[in-house]
Design a protein around this ligand. Structure first.
Ligand SMILES: Cc1cc2nc3c(=O)[nH]c(=O)nc-3n(C[C@H](O)[C@H](O)[C@H](O)COP(=O)(O)OP(=O)(O)OC[C@H]3O[C@@H](n4cnc5c(N)ncnc54)[C@H](O)[C@@H]3O)c2cc1C
Length: 329
């Protein structure tokens, strides 16, 4: 449908869409309502579970374009891009959105280049002006917000997680699934090995509503347990500064900042993190920021809503104990 707002699905690699899709679909629904358009999901996968399809319908997808083929797993940009470009060429959607995730960030950039259109990366707001879409996105490591628009359609954008509101669930809605006849190329890269990280049992960093993050002030990898204990009690994900990652205390996928993940949780708590601009670039849009640092002059206090000047090795266990009591755990 030429007036459609598409959302490219980010899935859990086991047949189900991730929660970030609800936000992209919610925002697409809000925009589509203003243009009389329709919200559609595009899912490229090696397998889609029926309840995963149902979930997309519940989150607002009126139709799911499903391309299911073994060559689509694991993700390879050179396989996914032509499939999506071909489908976009045939169906001519008005907009194509995707959440800011490792693979969609890459895929959407490739797609923009393939279609010869602009991409608003890491968008935090959308509005219409004179019938055109205006996207707001952070620039200069989040110090400024810029408004951009597209010289030509479709409007491609990635959406920062935890910023956009999902719509009210459309419970019991059956998905309309269409399997388009597109060509899925054979991968040119051979898949050698997949190493699965052992799950921490904590929420995924970019999806978590609460993030507890540690920096060089933790002094060593063994001390992250102090933050993990707190995180378990309040249902938080644990992130890290680049200093902690570069020291080998946490894997890179936990790094928050300009060269790591961008997060926007309801609550961010930084322990032993100075607040360098490159770190702030990845977390400054968090709704409430709490900083714990023994240096009262630490720059992070400038953007913190609540600051605790103190030793994290005393403060973190105190907070854990108090939250446990309050939450009766
Ligand atoms: C191109 C580029 C990209 C970068 N990308 C990123 C990025 O993506 N993410 C990122 O984080 N950084 C990034 N950096 C690095 C960034 O500039 C900082 O060096 C880094 O963020 C510092 O990490 P930190 O705050 O943990 O360490 P530090 O700056 O060393 O701060 C440690 C803090 O811990 C406090 N502290 C020490 N002991 C305690 C204690 N017991 N209790 C409480 N507080 C204590 C200290 O007072 C200090 O403020 C980048 C840098 C460059 C040049």
């Amino acid at each position: 449908m030429a007036n459609a707002f598409w959302c490219v699905v980010e899935d859990d690699r086991a047949g189900r869409p991730k929660k970030v899709n609800a936000e992209a679909l919610g925002e697409a629904a809000r925009l589509a309502a203003q243009t009389g358009g329709q919200v559609e999901a595009v899912w490229l996968t090696d397998r889609a579970e029926a309840d995963g399809l149902g979930q997309l319908a519940e989150w607002g997808a009126e139709k799911v374009w499903l391309v299911e083929a073994p060559a689509l797993a694991p993700y390879r940009g050179e396989v996914w891009t032509p499939v999506l470009a071909e489908l976009a060429g045939t169906e001519q959607p008005k907009a194509i959105f995707g959440a800011v995730t490792s693979r969609l960030r890459e895929l959407m950039a490739r797609l923009a280049a393939r279609l010869g259109v602009g991409l608003s990366a890491d968008s935090v707001a959308f509005d219409f002006r004179d019938g055109g879409l205006i996207a707001t996105r952070p620039v200069y490591a989040g110090k400024l917000l810029s408004k951009v628009t597209w010289a030509a359609g479709p409007w491609l954008a990635t959406l920062r997680p935890n910023v956009f509101k999902p719509r009210d669930p459309r419970t019991g809605k059956a998905p309309v699934v269409e399997r388009p006849p597109v060509t899925v190329p054979q991968p040119t890269m051979t898949f050698v090995e997949r190493r699965e990280e052992v799950s921490t049992g904590l929420p995924e960093l970019t999806e978590a509503e609460i993030v507890v993050s540690g920096g060089r002030g933790l002094k060593g990898p063994e001390n992250f347990v102090v933050l993990e204990e707190l995180a378990k009690v309040i249902g938080a994900a644990v992130g890290a500064s680049r200093a902690a990652v570069d020291a080998g205390w946490r894997p890179h996928r936990f790094q928050i900042g300009q060269t790591g993940r961008t997060i926007s949780p309801k609550l961010y708590m930084g322990f032993g993190i100075s607040g360098a601009i490159q770190h702030l670039a990845g977390m400054r849009t968090s709704k409430v920021i709490v900083a714990v640092n023994k240096d009262p002059e630490a720059p992070i206090f400038k953007i913190a809503d609540y600051g605790i000047v103190g030793d994290l090795f005393e403060v973190a266990p105190l907070l854990t104990r108090e939250f446990k009591r309050l939450l009766e755990k």
